[in-house]
Design a protein around this ligand. Structure first.
Ligand code: 13P
Length: 235
């Protein structure tokens, strides 16, 4: 399974190095074969050799150039980074990225062969407006995205479940995942308030190939335990 940590705007460079080293030691001690991805803050990116795969939370679709405040492929290449998170709800809703700019970024990094964790998810008012509207909203987040890209991982993260402690019911997660699986056969992660207390049951659901964890991933022991849960399920 795929267990991913989105560290967001947390953990300094030093703290991230400690985190990744602890995680790597854990994976080796447990002979883990789970796919473990960590997305540190941009200034905490660094080279890493081992089982943990380091990815960027964001980068501009350019090698380099005049894009103040952004990083490009050169900055990822420096650390051998070949994975990226695209379409996260915080980038869509807080930073204002449009589907068009997201698709452009997706295609740019796809051409470079990056592993892409592509996020989709609906705000609460959309969910409340009914199943048909919700599926149309999610459909629109697949526009311009090659759903058959071989290095694609999709993450379903309901916006209202991110950082709130709220989650859909297990039945809702399963049924939505099975619907999203009809759009793409890429591995499908669930994200949004995944914690130690619910990770095991979420991971066990049909159509769930892993989890994308924010807040609870900051505690390396908790995140490591989720990897054990995944390993025990042996999906
Ligand atoms: P939380 O786990 O903090 O809800 O965040 C989820 C998320 O946004 C992961 O990308």
């Amino acid at each position: 399974m795929i267990i991913a940590a989105n560290l967001k705007t947390n953990l300094t460079r030093k703290q991230t190095a400690e985190y990744v080293n602890k995680l790597e030691a854990f994976l080796n001690a447990h002979n883990s074969h789970q796919e473990v991805l960590v997305f540190p803050a941009t200034s905490s990116l660094n080279s890493h050799a081992g089982k943990v795969i380091i990815g960027a939370q964001n980068a501009y679709p350019a090698k380099n150039g005049a894009f103040t405040g952004e990083i490009g492929v050169d900055h990822l290449d420096e650390f051998g980074i070949k994975s990226i998170l695209i379409g996260h709800s915080e980038r869509r809703h807080v930073l204002g990225e449009t589907q068009e700019s997201i698709a452009k970024k997706f295609n740019f990094y796809k051409e470079l062969g990056f592993k892409i964790v592509y996020c989709v998810g609906e705000p609460l008012e959309v969910r409340k407006s009914g199943e048909k509207n919700m599926m149309e909203y999610l459909d629109a987040q697949y526009e311009g995205i090659d759903t058959s890209y071989e290095s694609l991982i999709i993450a379903y993260e309901p916006v209202w479940a991110i950082g709130t402690g709220l989650t859909p019911t297990l039945e809702e997660i399963e049924s939505l995942h099975l619907k999203l699986k009809e759009k793409s056969s890429a591995p499908l992660l669930y994200g949004g308030s995944v914690k130690l207390s619910n990770a095991q049951e979420v991971l066990a659901l049909n159509g769930v190939d892993g989890v994308l964890v924010g807040g609870a991933s900051l505690i390396v022991e908790d995140f490591s335990q989720m990897i054990i849960y995944a390993q025990d399920l042996e999906k």
